[in-house]
Design a protein around this ligand. Sequence first.
Ligand code: FO1
Length: 313
Amino acid sequence: MHVVLAGGVGAAKFLRGLSNVVPSKEIVAIVNTGDDETFHGLWVSPDLDTVTYTLAGLSNDTLGWGVKDESFQAMDVLSQLGGESWFSLGDRDLGTHLYRTDRIAAGFSLTEVTKEIALARHVGVRLLPMSDDRVKTTLTIHENGVDRVVGFQEYFVKLAHKPDVVSISYEGAASASPAAGVVEAIESADTVIIAPSNPVLSIGPILAIPEIEMAIRAARHKTTAVSPIVGGRAIKGPAESNLRSLHGDASAATVALLYRPYCSRFVLDQADLGLKAEVEGLSMEALVTDSIMANPELETSFARRVINFARAS
Ligand code: FO1
Protein backbone atom coordinates (compact mmCIF):
# COMPACT_ATOMS: atom_id res chain seq x y z
CA MET A 1 0.00 0.00 0.00
CA HIS A 2 1.24 3.47 -0.90
CA VAL A 3 0.47 6.65 1.01
CA VAL A 4 0.65 10.03 -0.71
CA LEU A 5 0.64 13.33 1.22
CA ALA A 6 -1.31 15.60 -1.08
CA GLY A 7 -2.19 19.22 -1.75
CA GLY A 8 -4.04 20.37 -4.87
CA VAL A 9 -3.29 20.16 -8.59
CA GLY A 10 0.29 18.78 -8.54
CA ALA A 11 -0.73 16.02 -6.15
CA ALA A 12 -3.90 15.28 -8.11
CA LYS A 13 -1.98 14.79 -11.36
CA PHE A 14 0.59 12.63 -9.60
CA LEU A 15 -2.18 10.50 -8.05
CA ARG A 16 -3.87 10.14 -11.45
CA GLY A 17 -0.58 8.91 -12.91
CA LEU A 18 0.06 6.60 -9.97
CA SER A 19 -3.40 5.06 -10.26
CA ASN A 20 -2.41 3.94 -13.77
CA VAL A 21 0.66 2.19 -12.38
CA VAL A 22 -0.60 0.50 -9.20
CA PRO A 23 -4.16 -0.57 -8.35
CA SER A 24 -6.17 2.37 -6.99
CA LYS A 25 -7.21 0.40 -3.93
CA GLU A 26 -3.54 0.23 -2.92
CA ILE A 27 -3.26 4.03 -2.78
CA VAL A 28 -4.21 6.21 0.20
CA ALA A 29 -4.08 9.99 -0.25
CA ILE A 30 -3.85 12.09 2.92
CA VAL A 31 -5.11 15.47 1.77
CA ASN A 32 -4.52 18.99 3.11
CA THR A 33 -7.60 20.70 4.54
CA GLY A 34 -5.87 23.90 5.71
CA ASP A 35 -7.37 25.66 2.64
CA ASP A 36 -10.93 24.75 3.65
CA GLU A 37 -13.18 27.73 4.05
CA THR A 38 -16.86 28.52 4.59
CA PHE A 39 -18.38 30.57 1.76
CA HIS A 40 -22.06 31.58 1.87
CA GLY A 41 -22.54 29.02 4.64
CA LEU A 42 -21.06 26.19 2.54
CA TRP A 43 -18.07 24.05 3.54
CA VAL A 44 -15.58 24.16 0.67
CA SER A 45 -12.61 21.73 0.68
CA PRO A 46 -10.56 22.79 -2.38
CA ASP A 47 -7.76 20.23 -2.20
CA LEU A 48 -10.07 17.28 -1.48
CA ASP A 49 -12.27 18.39 -4.38
CA THR A 50 -9.36 18.93 -6.77
CA VAL A 51 -8.10 15.41 -6.06
CA THR A 52 -11.59 13.88 -6.30
CA TYR A 53 -12.54 15.67 -9.54
CA THR A 54 -9.17 14.86 -11.13
CA LEU A 55 -9.35 11.16 -10.29
CA ALA A 56 -12.98 11.07 -11.45
CA GLY A 57 -12.08 12.64 -14.81
CA LEU A 58 -14.17 15.71 -13.98
CA SER A 59 -11.52 18.35 -13.36
CA ASN A 60 -11.56 21.71 -15.09
CA ASP A 61 -8.06 21.78 -16.54
CA THR A 62 -8.53 25.24 -18.03
CA LEU A 63 -9.26 26.90 -14.69
CA GLY A 64 -7.03 24.54 -12.67
CA TRP A 65 -9.82 24.12 -10.09
CA GLY A 66 -13.45 23.08 -10.01
CA VAL A 67 -15.45 20.99 -12.45
CA LYS A 68 -15.19 20.81 -16.24
CA ASP A 69 -17.99 22.22 -18.43
CA GLU A 70 -18.78 24.58 -15.58
CA SER A 71 -21.09 27.60 -15.56
CA PHE A 72 -21.30 30.36 -12.95
CA GLN A 73 -24.92 31.49 -13.07
CA ALA A 74 -25.42 31.32 -9.30
CA MET A 75 -22.31 33.51 -8.86
CA ASP A 76 -23.65 35.96 -11.47
CA VAL A 77 -26.87 36.29 -9.49
CA LEU A 78 -24.91 36.67 -6.26
CA SER A 79 -22.84 39.53 -7.64
CA GLN A 80 -25.95 41.19 -9.17
CA LEU A 81 -27.40 41.19 -5.66
CA GLY A 82 -24.23 42.74 -4.27
CA GLY A 83 -23.00 39.54 -2.56
CA GLU A 84 -19.34 38.61 -2.21
CA SER A 85 -18.29 36.74 -5.33
CA TRP A 86 -14.49 36.87 -5.47
CA PHE A 87 -14.36 33.13 -4.74
CA SER A 88 -16.12 31.57 -7.72
CA LEU A 89 -18.26 28.56 -6.90
CA GLY A 90 -19.44 27.00 -10.14
CA ASP A 91 -23.00 25.73 -10.55
CA ARG A 92 -21.90 22.08 -10.71
CA ASP A 93 -19.30 22.49 -7.98
CA LEU A 94 -21.97 24.00 -5.70
CA GLY A 95 -23.67 20.60 -5.59
CA THR A 96 -20.59 19.11 -3.89
CA HIS A 97 -20.47 21.88 -1.29
CA LEU A 98 -24.21 21.63 -0.62
CA TYR A 99 -23.88 17.88 -0.09
CA ARG A 100 -20.78 18.16 2.15
CA THR A 101 -22.27 20.94 4.28
CA ASP A 102 -25.58 19.13 4.72
CA ARG A 103 -23.97 15.82 5.70
CA ILE A 104 -21.59 17.47 8.18
CA ALA A 105 -24.54 19.37 9.70
CA ALA A 106 -26.28 15.99 10.02
CA GLY A 107 -23.39 14.76 12.16
CA PHE A 108 -21.16 12.91 9.71
CA SER A 109 -17.43 13.56 9.79
CA LEU A 110 -15.46 15.09 6.92
CA THR A 111 -13.76 11.68 6.56
CA GLU A 112 -17.13 9.94 6.11
CA VAL A 113 -18.46 12.55 3.70
CA THR A 114 -15.23 12.49 1.66
CA LYS A 115 -15.61 8.71 1.36
CA GLU A 116 -19.23 9.07 0.22
CA ILE A 117 -18.32 11.65 -2.43
CA ALA A 118 -15.41 9.53 -3.69
CA LEU A 119 -17.66 6.46 -3.89
CA ALA A 120 -20.34 8.36 -5.81
CA ARG A 121 -17.64 9.57 -8.23
CA HIS A 122 -16.17 6.03 -8.61
CA VAL A 123 -12.81 7.12 -7.25
CA GLY A 124 -10.92 3.98 -6.21
CA VAL A 125 -8.08 5.76 -4.40
CA ARG A 126 -8.82 6.03 -0.66
CA LEU A 127 -9.05 9.75 0.13
CA LEU A 128 -8.55 10.84 3.73
CA PRO A 129 -8.68 14.44 4.93
CA MET A 130 -5.66 15.04 7.16
CA SER A 131 -8.02 15.71 10.07
CA ASP A 132 -11.69 16.01 10.96
CA ASP A 133 -10.73 18.90 13.22
CA ARG A 134 -10.67 22.37 11.77
CA VAL A 135 -7.13 23.47 10.85
CA LYS A 136 -6.95 26.87 9.22
CA THR A 137 -3.94 28.12 7.29
CA THR A 138 -3.54 31.86 7.81
CA LEU A 139 -0.84 34.17 6.53
CA THR A 140 0.65 37.38 7.85
CA ILE A 141 1.16 39.50 4.76
CA HIS A 142 2.99 42.77 4.29
CA GLU A 143 0.99 45.25 2.24
CA ASN A 144 1.30 49.01 1.88
CA GLY A 145 3.77 49.18 4.76
CA VAL A 146 1.66 47.21 7.24
CA ASP A 147 1.40 43.60 8.35
CA ARG A 148 -2.01 41.95 8.55
CA VAL A 149 -3.35 38.43 8.93
CA VAL A 150 -5.51 36.94 6.16
CA GLY A 151 -7.09 33.54 5.58
CA PHE A 152 -5.62 31.25 2.94
CA GLN A 153 -8.24 31.88 0.25
CA GLU A 154 -8.11 35.64 0.73
CA TYR A 155 -4.35 35.50 0.13
CA PHE A 156 -4.51 32.93 -2.68
CA VAL A 157 -7.57 34.02 -4.64
CA LYS A 158 -8.68 37.53 -3.62
CA LEU A 159 -5.12 38.90 -3.46
CA ALA A 160 -3.89 36.53 -6.22
CA HIS A 161 -0.98 35.47 -3.91
CA LYS A 162 0.80 38.73 -4.71
CA PRO A 163 1.56 40.19 -1.25
CA ASP A 164 4.80 39.39 0.56
CA VAL A 165 4.28 36.69 3.16
CA VAL A 166 5.85 37.40 6.54
CA SER A 167 4.75 34.21 8.29
CA ILE A 168 2.31 31.32 8.05
CA SER A 169 0.26 29.80 10.81
CA TYR A 170 -1.69 26.54 10.84
CA GLU A 171 -4.36 27.48 13.36
CA GLY A 172 -5.71 24.54 15.32
CA ALA A 173 -3.08 22.11 14.04
CA ALA A 174 -1.26 21.67 17.36
CA SER A 175 -4.39 20.29 19.01
CA ALA A 176 -5.85 18.54 15.93
CA SER A 177 -6.08 14.77 15.74
CA PRO A 178 -5.32 12.96 12.50
CA ALA A 179 -8.44 11.66 10.75
CA ALA A 180 -9.24 8.03 11.47
CA GLY A 181 -6.95 5.77 9.47
CA VAL A 182 -4.25 8.36 8.73
CA VAL A 183 -1.57 7.21 11.19
CA GLU A 184 -2.39 3.54 10.60
CA ALA A 185 -1.99 4.06 6.83
CA ILE A 186 1.41 5.73 7.27
CA GLU A 187 2.60 3.01 9.65
CA SER A 188 1.50 0.12 7.47
CA ALA A 189 2.45 1.66 4.09
CA ASP A 190 5.11 0.08 1.90
CA THR A 191 6.03 3.55 0.72
CA VAL A 192 5.06 7.10 1.62
CA ILE A 193 5.33 9.78 -1.05
CA ILE A 194 5.21 13.52 -0.46
CA ALA A 195 3.56 14.79 -3.66
CA PRO A 196 4.88 17.77 -5.67
CA SER A 197 2.77 20.24 -3.68
CA ASN A 198 3.64 23.57 -2.06
CA PRO A 199 5.82 22.59 0.96
CA VAL A 200 4.63 25.45 3.16
CA LEU A 201 1.00 25.93 2.07
CA SER A 202 -0.06 22.36 1.25
CA ILE A 203 2.27 19.88 2.99
CA GLY A 204 3.05 22.22 5.92
CA PRO A 205 -0.48 22.00 7.38
CA ILE A 206 -0.41 18.18 7.22
CA LEU A 207 2.95 17.99 8.99
CA ALA A 208 1.78 20.58 11.56
CA ILE A 209 -0.50 17.95 13.10
CA PRO A 210 1.77 16.44 15.77
CA GLU A 211 0.73 12.78 15.43
CA ILE A 212 1.11 12.90 11.64
CA GLU A 213 4.50 14.61 11.95
CA MET A 214 5.70 11.89 14.34
CA ALA A 215 4.40 9.12 12.09
CA ILE A 216 6.14 10.56 9.00
CA ARG A 217 9.39 11.06 10.95
CA ALA A 218 9.23 7.40 11.99
CA ALA A 219 8.55 6.45 8.34
CA ARG A 220 11.56 8.40 6.98
CA HIS A 221 13.25 5.22 5.70
CA LYS A 222 10.31 4.51 3.36
CA THR A 223 9.38 8.10 2.45
CA THR A 224 10.17 9.79 -0.87
CA ALA A 225 9.48 13.47 -1.58
CA VAL A 226 8.97 14.97 -5.03
CA SER A 227 10.18 18.53 -5.58
CA PRO A 228 7.48 20.98 -6.69
CA ILE A 229 10.29 23.37 -7.64
CA VAL A 230 11.91 22.93 -11.04
CA GLY A 231 14.85 25.09 -12.04
CA GLY A 232 14.11 27.46 -9.16
CA ARG A 233 10.48 28.00 -10.27
CA ALA A 234 7.21 26.59 -8.96
CA ILE A 235 5.33 24.60 -11.58
CA LYS A 236 2.14 26.29 -10.35
CA GLY A 237 1.23 28.74 -7.58
CA PRO A 238 3.27 30.78 -5.11
CA ALA A 239 5.68 28.11 -3.76
CA GLU A 240 8.69 29.93 -5.17
CA SER A 241 7.92 33.27 -3.50
CA ASN A 242 6.76 31.53 -0.30
CA LEU A 243 10.02 29.58 -0.01
CA ARG A 244 12.10 32.64 -0.81
CA SER A 245 10.41 34.88 1.76
CA LEU A 246 10.14 32.25 4.51
CA HIS A 247 13.28 30.17 3.91
CA GLY A 248 15.61 32.53 2.09
CA ASP A 249 15.87 30.56 -1.15
CA ALA A 250 13.60 28.69 -3.54
CA SER A 251 15.57 25.85 -5.06
CA ALA A 252 14.74 22.15 -5.05
CA ALA A 253 17.57 21.86 -2.50
CA THR A 254 15.67 24.25 -0.17
CA VAL A 255 12.72 21.85 -0.36
CA ALA A 256 15.00 18.86 0.31
CA LEU A 257 16.42 20.60 3.39
CA LEU A 258 12.89 21.26 4.72
CA TYR A 259 11.94 17.62 4.17
CA ARG A 260 15.20 16.21 5.54
CA PRO A 261 13.61 14.91 8.79
CA TYR A 262 10.84 13.21 6.82
CA CYS A 263 12.25 11.51 3.75
CA SER A 264 15.27 9.43 2.77
CA ARG A 265 14.69 9.83 -0.99
CA PHE A 266 14.14 12.93 -3.07
CA VAL A 267 13.06 13.38 -6.68
CA LEU A 268 14.47 16.34 -8.63
CA ASP A 269 13.81 17.47 -12.14
CA GLN A 270 16.59 17.09 -14.69
CA ALA A 271 16.80 20.88 -14.80
CA ASP A 272 18.19 20.57 -11.26
CA LEU A 273 20.85 17.94 -11.99
CA GLY A 274 23.38 20.40 -10.55
CA LEU A 275 21.70 20.10 -7.11
CA LYS A 276 21.95 16.28 -6.90
CA ALA A 277 25.15 16.23 -4.81
CA GLU A 278 23.73 18.86 -2.43
CA VAL A 279 20.60 16.75 -1.89
CA GLU A 280 22.67 13.59 -1.37
CA GLY A 281 24.66 15.54 1.20
CA LEU A 282 21.43 15.70 3.26
CA SER A 283 21.50 11.91 3.79
CA MET A 284 19.04 11.32 0.97
CA GLU A 285 19.16 9.30 -2.20
CA ALA A 286 18.32 11.43 -5.21
CA LEU A 287 16.51 10.58 -8.44
CA VAL A 288 16.98 13.09 -11.25
CA THR A 289 14.31 12.75 -13.92
CA ASP A 290 11.85 14.62 -16.13
CA SER A 291 9.12 15.61 -13.66
CA ILE A 292 6.89 17.85 -15.80
CA MET A 293 3.43 16.23 -15.91
CA ALA A 294 2.23 18.12 -18.99
CA ASN A 295 -0.20 15.40 -20.13
CA PRO A 296 -1.68 12.13 -18.79
CA GLU A 297 1.02 9.99 -20.46
CA LEU A 298 3.75 12.01 -18.73
CA GLU A 299 1.87 11.79 -15.41
CA THR A 300 1.87 8.00 -15.71
CA SER A 301 5.49 7.61 -16.80
CA PHE A 302 6.65 10.02 -14.08
CA ALA A 303 4.61 8.22 -11.39
CA ARG A 304 6.13 4.90 -12.57
CA ARG A 305 9.67 6.21 -12.16
CA VAL A 306 8.86 7.67 -8.74
CA ILE A 307 7.22 4.52 -7.39
CA ASN A 308 10.05 2.32 -8.67
CA PHE A 309 12.57 4.62 -6.96
CA ALA A 310 10.46 4.76 -3.77
CA ARG A 311 10.00 0.97 -3.69
CA ALA A 312 13.74 0.35 -3.84
CA SER A 313 13.94 1.39 -0.15
N1 FO1 B 1 -9.05 29.53 -7.35
C1 FO1 B 1 -9.04 30.75 -7.92
O1 FO1 B 1 -7.98 31.23 -8.31
N2 FO1 B 1 -10.21 31.49 -8.05
C2 FO1 B 1 -11.40 31.00 -7.64
O2 FO1 B 1 -12.40 31.69 -7.76
C3 FO1 B 1 -11.42 29.68 -7.07
C4 FO1 B 1 -12.61 29.09 -6.69
C5 FO1 B 1 -12.59 27.76 -6.19
C6 FO1 B 1 -13.79 27.12 -5.87
C7 FO1 B 1 -13.78 25.83 -5.40
C8 FO1 B 1 -12.56 25.17 -5.24
O3 FO1 B 1 -12.54 23.91 -4.77
C9 FO1 B 1 -11.37 25.79 -5.56
C10 FO1 B 1 -11.37 27.09 -6.04
N3 FO1 B 1 -10.19 27.72 -6.38
C11 FO1 B 1 -10.20 28.98 -6.93
C12 FO1 B 1 -8.89 27.07 -6.20
C13 FO1 B 1 -8.37 27.13 -4.76
O4 FO1 B 1 -8.55 28.33 -4.15
C14 FO1 B 1 -6.86 26.83 -4.70
O5 FO1 B 1 -6.37 26.32 -5.88
C15 FO1 B 1 -6.51 25.85 -3.66
O6 FO1 B 1 -7.05 26.13 -2.41
C16 FO1 B 1 -4.98 25.73 -3.55
O7 FO1 B 1 -4.64 24.40 -3.53
